[in-house]
Design a protein around this ligand. Structure first.
Ligand SMILES: NC(=O)c1ccc[n+]([C@@H]2O[C@H](COP(=O)([O-])OP(=O)(O)OC[C@H]3O[C@@H](n4cnc5c(N)ncnc54)[C@H](OP(=O)(O)O)[C@@H]3O)[C@@H](O)[C@H]2O)c1
Ligand SMILES: N[C@@H](CCO)C(=O)O
Ligand code: NA
Length: 438
């Protein structure tokens, strides 16, 4: 029995997926039962390196989504529309869907999963987060016995590749971004990578699975890597840190002093460049590699590590999803929504405001080189209950002195209030940068 696959998209991930489907030798025998039946693209005249069976290419993607012959529709075109409508059409036509599209799932997951549950079909998304890393399946199935406390990840390959090369070679941002695009890591519009939006989509998906509720994307605090300068990379290194774009979802234990409310209900979900101590396992995750550190009870800490982007690793996840659906179709005549594979969250998770976050900070100030400046900064921080772990005057730039501080754990709101006062000080020229410290 062959299962007919309709592929929407034959770009980086689509071509990688077709390549696996067309070379089943040495892989699981179920792969031989999968047939590429139709492939939808935008431009049919483009030269493609893949040898596809005759007459499968088409520009009519709707015809694929609704074709009664097709069992599984694989959406790999990216973007919001027409991807969302095609996924919904495929579901309405009774097809199972596999997608790598985190942007669509993070925004329209509720609509898509509701439609899928009503129709009794699966929507699988392993490739959407962490590329080839089996993080979705781990959270849905392998770790399902745990109470998850936190999920902390490097989940964007493009920015990790850029930061790594800036750190190791002093490479130029624009040049490395062009390389990441060339290697097929970046989104069609790479601002989604660079500005942290892709990582925000991914942590919203992971948080929903880990904490069992819906997440509003607007509640995810998001900062990208544009503000990370060569000077910050240099200071991080000297102070014993690597800078990583982290995506973090964790239960928060302090909120307005109302401990009881906080402990069980509030989550902190955020994406921002972070000083990570070099001794931390996430600090040595470099290049296109991603890693997701999960903390659960009773499992404790567990880290998943692998390639987070690129044709092969991502296709590995896509084809595994296809095969998991095929396996269900093979064993059940009428698939019953699997309690672990389907998604049926109804309530929204409550997200704590960023001012209530408790974290360490790094800050770099440019000040007039006058006596007593460090004392003034220290007093101001002290007045706002911000305790300093280290203060270093690192050098002189023209007539300005550069002062770098690292704080102990502080309430973010207090730190920001102190910064507002410091910014207004006569002796302070500018706050060159602030970054959170893990
Ligand atoms: N690249 C990665 O490493 C990676 C990793 C994980 C997840 N993803 C996700 O995978 C998805 C695909 O990414 P990709 O990097 O493979 O993208 P891509 O290389 O830009 O490929 C997109 C494909 O979709 C087709 N397409 C796009 N819009 C279309 C439209 N309106 N009508 C018909 N065809 C259309 C394109 O057709 P033509 O070939 O004719 O241009 C192309 O074949 C995205 O959701 C992305 O976020 C990517
Ligand atoms: N653009 C994404 C692709 C993988 O989702 C990244 O760089 O991580
Ligand atoms: Na994955």
């Amino acid at each position: 029995m062959a299962f007919k696959i309709g592929l929407l998209g034959l770009g980086t991930v689509g071509a990688g997926t077709a390549e696996i489907l067309l070379s089943p030798d040495g892989r699981h025998p179920l792969l031989q039962e999968l047939e590429i039946y139709r492939v939808g693209v935008r431009d049919i005249s483009r030269t493609r390196s893949l040898q596809l069976p005759e007459n499968v290419l088409t520009t009519d993607l709707e015809a694929i989504a609704t074709d009664p012959e097709i069992d599984i529709v694989v959406e790999l075109i990216g973007g919001l529309e027409p991807a969302r409508s095609l996924i919904l059409q495929a579901i309405a036509s009774g097809k199972h869907v596999v997608t790598a599209n985190k942007a669509v799932i993070a925004r329209y997951g509720n609509e898509i999963f509701e439609a899928a549950n009503k129709k009794g079909v699966y929507v699988m998304l392993e490739a959407a987060v962490g590329g080839g890393i089996p993080v979705i399946q781990s959270l849905k199935q392998s770790l399902v016995a745990n109470r998850i406390k936190s999920v902390t990840g490097i989940v964007n390959g493009t920015t990790n590749y850029i930061l790594t090369r800036m750190q190791t070679e002093g490479a130029d941002f624009a040049e490395v971004l062009a390389d990441a695009q060339q290697l097929g890591y970046a989104e069609a519009d790479p601002t989604a990578d660079v500005d942290g939006l892709d990582a925000a989509d991914k942590i919203a998906i992971l948080a929903s699975l880990a904490f069992g509720g819906r997440i509003k994307l607007a509640d995810v605090h998001c900062e990208g890597i544009r503000k990370v300068s060569a000077a910050d990379i240099d200071y991080a290194d000297k102070l014993g840190f690597a800078i990583k774009l982290l995506a973090i979802a964790r239960e928060t234990s302090r909120y307005n002093g109302k401990q009881a409310e906080a402990e069980s209900e509030l989550l902190s979900i955020r994406v921002h460049p972070t000083f990570v101590p070099k001794t931390h396992p996430l600090a040595s995750v470099n290049g296109v590699y991603n890693a997701i550190l999960v903390e659960g009870e009773p499992i404790g800490q567990l880290m998943l590590y692998g390639r987070g982007a690129g044709a092969g690793p991502t296709a590995s996840a896509v084809v595994s999803d296809i095969m998991n659906v095929a396996a269900i179709l093979k064993t059940e005549t009428v698939p019953i929504p699997h309690p672990l594979l389907s998604c049926s969250h109804q309530h929204y998770c409550k997200i704590a405001p960023m001012q209530e976050l408790v974290t360490r900070f790094y800050a770099r100030f440019l000040t007039r080189d006058t006596p007593g400046v460090i004392g003034k900064l220290g007093t101001c921080f002290g007045n706002h209950k911000v305790s300093l772990e280290s203060v270093v005057q690192t050098g002189i730039h023209g007539d300005l002195a550069e002062i770098v501080v690292v704080t102990h754990d502080v309430r973010e709101g207090n730190f920001q209030q102190a910064l507002d006062e410091i910014r207004a000080m006569e002796a302070v020229d500018s706050i060159a940068s602030t970054l959170r410290v893990l």
